[in-house]
Design a protein around this ligand. Structure first.
Ligand code: PHB
Length: 394
């Protein structure tokens, strides 16, 4: 082949490439920001995943569905709260769909998979629920931000509230996986510091709901109180089984607020009366900001919001603030992350800021189930920050 022919062939190829759009940089080619939602849409956490999705989309819709002036496009994967598929599912969004940002997920075990992919690829990840400690402690990363909590944050203040009621001996019960174990760590720290004793720790594998034998054991131990971490469909079953086993009214039940969150319907409420929990939100918070949020959410989705909806909404708010600071150019990572780190989120839960490790610094409320509400009794911990132990950011 002569040089001239080679040149001609090359330019023909270039022309072809240009007309098919191959030479235009990815950013300019599709002006849309690609957002991946990786959440559980089936299984025991399905309702939680959908609430995160609802809240996130609502925040963006309120701002005309644009990020820093750019249109957006959604990609969605159901992670089924299945840890063994975590990496594969995250890669569907990151490698196949080439998302600019991954919003996910709910389950701490699945989050491990997302976290691995986020650290390896550098994709921006905003966590709208999963509280696994490592994500904002030893394995923290510049591109990973959380708008929810660390697993021990909501339970840290629980023990003090139990001791104030004179409950000196407690049983702890949970699903045995990262979220349950780490919630247990938080509970233990706070309860022991307040002078309590954990007489027995009980557990069962996630998402098992065969509680009977464990409830029989609790009845025979006769502790002053029971504290737990359960959530979603499994939490609803635990509350009903606790009452059916005759323990309600005999041994007071406490938990991180996930236990009753988004679940208090006509059917469950009678079994749930009097349960006291600690959490960074309650639908019943009497603030203008929360009232406006509740109204807008109810209008859009024909249901009341819960903590998962708020965390999804705040993931949207955080991304909106970051994208505005870089005029939609999410490839300007330094400025994007600096803006997200400095963000003040005007949340329905109350204003919060980011810790150095990228986790919310937030108030924790003590709540009690009355009717179909988690009524706020007091602020159990003010501006609570996770330790961020082992994180070298900031
Ligand atoms: C978690 O796995 O991190 C998790 C799941 C559900 C909750 C809270 C934490 O309600």
């Amino acid at each position: 082949m002569t040089t001239r022919r080679l040149v001609l062939t090359r330019s023909a190829a270039l022309l072809g490439a240009a007309s098919s759009g191959l030479l235009i940089p990815a950013h300019a080619q599709s002006n849309k920001i690609r957002i991946g939602l990786m959440l559980p849409y089936t299984g025991t956490f399905a309702q939680l995943g959908q609430a995160c999705d609802n809240g996130f989309r609502m925040a963006l819709e309120e701002k005309g569905n644009k990020l820093g002036g750019r249109e957006i496009e959604f990609f969605k994967v159901d992670d089924e709260s299945e840890p063994s598929k975590g990496v594969e599912n995250a890669n569907k969004l990151v490698q196949r769909d080439k998302v600019d940002v991954l919003i996910g997920t709910v389950h701490s075990g699945v989050q491990m998979g997302i976290h691995k992919v986020a650290r390896e690829t550098g994709v921006l990840n905003i966590i709208p629920n999963a509280g696994m400690h490592a994500a904002t402690r030893a394995l923290c990363a510049p591109n990973v931000f959380r708008t929810s909590f660390t697993n021990s944050q909501p339970t840290l203040a629980l023990g003090k509230a139990m001791m104030a009621k004179g409950h000196k001996k407690a049983v702890w019960i949970t699903w045995k996986y990262a979220a349950g174990d780490e919630a247990g760590e938080g509970f233990k720290e706070g309860y022991l510091a307040a002078g309590g004793t954990i007489v027995k720790e009980l557990g069962l594998p996630f998402p098992n709901v065969e509680f009977q034998a464990l409830l029989t054991e609790i009845a025979s131990i006769k502790p002053d109180a029971v504290a737990c971490f359960f959530s979603g469909g499994g939490a609803s079953k635990f509350i009903r089984d606790y009452a059916a086993a005759g323990l309600k009214g005999k041994i007071p039940l406490y938990g991180s607020g996930f236990l009753t969150e988004g679940l208090l319907d006509d059917e469950l409420a009678p079994s749930a009366q009097g349960i006291m929990t600690t959490l960074h939100y309650s639908t019943s918070l009497a603030t203008k900001r929360n009232d406006a949020f509740r109204l807008a959410y109810a209008k859009t989705f024909k249901m009341q919001p819960d903590v998962y909806a708020v965390q999804g909404y705040d993931a949207g708010q955080l991304l909106l603030q970051g994208a505005a600071a870089v005029n939609g150019d999410l490839s300007n990572k330094k400025a994007l992350y600096a803006a997200m780190e400095a963000a003040v989120i005007d949340s329905p839960r109350g204003k919060w800021t980011m810790s150095k490790a990228h986790n919310p610094v937030q108030d924790i409320y003590l709540r009690e189930v009355k009717g179909k509400e988690n009524v706020v009794l007091s602020v159990a911990a003010k501006a609570l920050s996770d330790s961020g132990a082992g994180c070298k950011l900031g």
